[in-house]
Design a protein around this ligand. Structure first.
Ligand SMILES: C[S@@+](CC[C@H](N)C(=O)[O-])C[C@H]1O[C@@H](n2cnc3c(N)ncnc32)[C@H](O)[C@@H]1O
Length: 267
């Protein structure tokens, strides 16, 4: 059972504008603490829409992008062509982060970026290990992995399986009803605290979230399967054993992804 992420990304590509690109750019600059990526090699594992590969190329990096889903590959290739990048700067392919033979053709990179991907492979820890193997000595690994919320994550796994099991249009109806339920519960919680706008405002400012869109993100969230989760400590320990030091993280206590930037220690 596998969610077709790429079809959903096509919707984001169709509404992509300069504002969204600038938001995506500032999320990369802020997490990597840089102003540009000149002379850096950047590999985008699970490139999805291709937005972050585009940002890396605009910031001056030499970019390799790959994704398992052919529709995601098409989105990424579309952006590459639309913004006039040639193969010397940006290469786009279909590929699987779990396929070691495929990965062996790549040199090590200064920056390995895989946001919201490795937990959707079905073999999260192997995927993290394979991604980390692509980092150059003293290079950076920037990943985002779903937060382990205990029993709530188990409930979400069931919801995602149900969404993928249902045929269209039942899956869309299921997703809409779920959105209304989750939104209403959240809104009522903030209403009781007399802060309803605190809950609603981010929906109007959603572009600020890495240039994303709330409805596209919701479908990605409800459908996104396979699905695994980890606590920040588990990720830090796993990569610590592989000679990576955490240099920056943004962690959450709720539903969503924890973000990490690791440095690969010099030997
Ligand atoms: C939630 S999207 C994230 C897209 C993008 N990284 C971003 O930050 O917007 C997850 C992407 O990972 C891709 N993916 C899932 N399993 C993969 C695998 N084994 N190898 C490469 N990409 C994979 C999906 O096709 C999808 O495009």
């Amino acid at each position: 059972m596998r969610f077709g992420f790429g079809k959903n990304w096509k919707k984001l590509v169709s509404i992509l504008d300069e504002d969204r690109i600038v938001e995506a750019e500032s999320s990369i600059k802020s997490m990597l603490s840089c102003e540009n990526l000149k002379d850096k090699s950047f590999i985008d594992i699970g490139s999805g829409s291709g937005l972050f590969s585009l940002v890396a190329a605009r910031l001056g990096a030499k970019v390799n992008s790959f994704d398992y889903d052919i529709n995601s590959v098409e989105c990424t290739a579309y952006l590459k062509n639309k913004y006039n990048f040639n193969d010397d700067i940006w290469k786009v392919e279909q590929g699987d982060v779990l396929d070691k033979e495929y990965l062996s053709k790549y040199d090590k990179h200064n920056i390995v970026y895989s946001w919201g991907v490795l937990h959707h492979t079905g073999e999260m820890w192997d995927a993290i290990e394979n991604a980390s193997d692509l980092v150059k000595e003293d290079g950076l690994l920037f990943i985002a992995i779903y937060n382990d919320q205990g029993w709530k994550s188990t409930v979400w796994t069931w919801i995602k399986r149900t969404y993928n099991f249902l045929p269209w249009p039942l899956n869309s109806v299921f997703s809409l009803l779920l959105f209304i339920t989750v939104f209403t519960i959240g809104f009522l919680k903030y209403l009781i605290l007399l802060k309803p706008m605190t809950y609603i405002r981010p929906y109007f400012n959603y572009k600020k979230k890495r240039g994303m869109n709330p409805f596209i993100d919701w479908t990605d969230w409800v459908g996104g399967y396979p699905f695994e989760v980890a606590t920040p400590d588990e990720i830090i320990e796993f990569l610590g054993k592989r000679k990576f030091s955490l240099i920056k993280s943004v962690t959450i206590s709720s539903l969503g992804c924890n973000e990490f930037v690791f440095n690969k220690n010099k030997s």
